[in-house]
Design a protein around this ligand. Structure first.
Ligand SMILES: Cc1ncc(COP(=O)(O)O)c(C=O)c1O
Length: 356
């Protein structure tokens, strides 16, 4: 006997990366958080919050945040819809577009939540594998004609990016919606905003979780033609962004100097991390995100993951065939990365007996 739909009984639940308690003595490089603090202006906005904003319901469209995000992106506010993280917007998109006979299509390996959401919705799933270089399989994605096609760009867990032009070609070839999930675009060379004018079926997703150091706030937004956002708005919870997130998020996104500073530091650290891992003989895919996909020499990723964990360093291991020999490692501070490289070196090249 079950209380649930058969779909829910057989669903493989999405498993987020481990979140040890605040203050735990671990080096946390497993969930692509930002190692640097959020904007001081955002923290000031949080401290100064009028308690009356908590007593009342928030604006249904998080208007203050929506206007701020639109200003920064350079679009009219009617082109922005805020959500409780970009995960909320993905849920809204899947609920609004997919279902039996209305497939969700995406390249793999990618963000696992796309599959979970499609399965919950009883929508067919079409997974199109990337090649070993993570070149986007545009023709095969287009041929699947999804009601919803999702491309994370830069992709997770590979960190690799697809040129905007190829995304435009994919959008043009689809009858359904193309979501370009730009959770990591702030760390990349390009983004797809320029395609919005010419591709009415394009939805771009952004989040403050990575580039703005605000994963705990839960705030993201979609950028798309107002007609598309109008459909999505029918599906969202009435108050899907709370008053705290709208106020703090507006201050954070307007502090573009702070964001540019921490993004530049992460890009520099990414180059240092990549070089350090390559020196140890790891294959590192070229990343435009705040993490790198790594194949350690010998490909014994599961063991290395466990040994790093025992030594207080958390990275991400995905227990699935295409990623069995790989680790995803978040870009950290220089100190965190130095500790990672030293520890990894001792795991990969144990000192001879006499030196111990
Ligand atoms: C590709 C991708 N999209 C979306 C998200 C979710 O971000 P948010 O914190 O805004 O829900 C993540 C988080 O890891 C991600 O990797």
């Amino acid at each position: 006997m079950s209380f649930f739909r058969p779909t829910i009984d057989t669903l493989r639940a999405y498993t987020p990366g481990r979140q040890p308690p605040l203050g735990a003595r671990v080096i946390k490089l497993n969930t692509n958080e930002n190692p640097y603090p959020p904007s001081a202006r955002a923290v000031d906005a949080l401290r100064a919050l009028d308690p009356d904003a908590l007593r009342r319901y928030p604006h249904p469209f998080a208007d203050e945040f929506r206007r701020a995000a639109a200003t920064v992106v350079g679009v009219d506010p009617t082109w922005v819809l805020a959500g409780n993280g970009s995960d909320d917007l993905l849920t809204i998109l899947v609920r609004a577009t997919a279902g039996p006979g209305r497939p969700v299509v995406y390249p793999t390996p990618t963000y696992v939540l796309y599959r979970t959401l499609a399965e919950i919705q009883d929508a067919p799933v079409v997974e199109v594998p990337f090649d070993a270089d993570f070149t986007l399989p545009v023709d095969r994605l287009a041929a699947a004609q999804g009601a919803l096609t999702c491309v994370a760009n830069p992709n997770s867990p590979s960190g690799t990016a697809t040129p905007t032009e190829r995304l435009g070609a994919l959008a043009a070839a689809l009858d359904g919606i193309l979501v370009v999930d730009e959770a990591y675009a702030a760390f990349a060379d390009e983004n797809a905003v320029a395609l919005l004018d010419t591709h009415p079926n394009l939805v771009i997703l952004r989040t403050l979780s990575k580039s703005h150091g605000l994963a705990g706030l839960r705030l993201g937004f979609a950028i798309a033609h107002p007609a598309v956002l109008g459909g999505l708005a029918k599906v969202k919870d009435s108050y899907n962004v709370d008053a705290v997130a709208a106020r703090v998020g507006a201050a954070a996104i307007l502090d573009t100097a702070h964001t540019a500073d921490i993004v530049a530091r992460i890009q520099a650290n990414r180059a240092q991390l990549t070089a350090g891992l390559q020196r140890l003989g790891c294959r590192v895919w070229p990343s435009q995100a705040n993490f790198v996909l790594v194949r350690p020499p010998g490909g014994d990723a599961a063991r290395i993951y466990r040994e790093l964990e025992q030594r207080g360093i958390l990275v991400r291991y995905f227990d699935e065939p295409a990623l069995a020999e790989m680790l995803r490692i978040t870009v950290g501070t220089r100190t965190q990365q130095d500790a990672l490289i030293t520890t990894l070196e001792s795991i990969l090249r144990p000192a001879p007996e006499a030196d111990r």
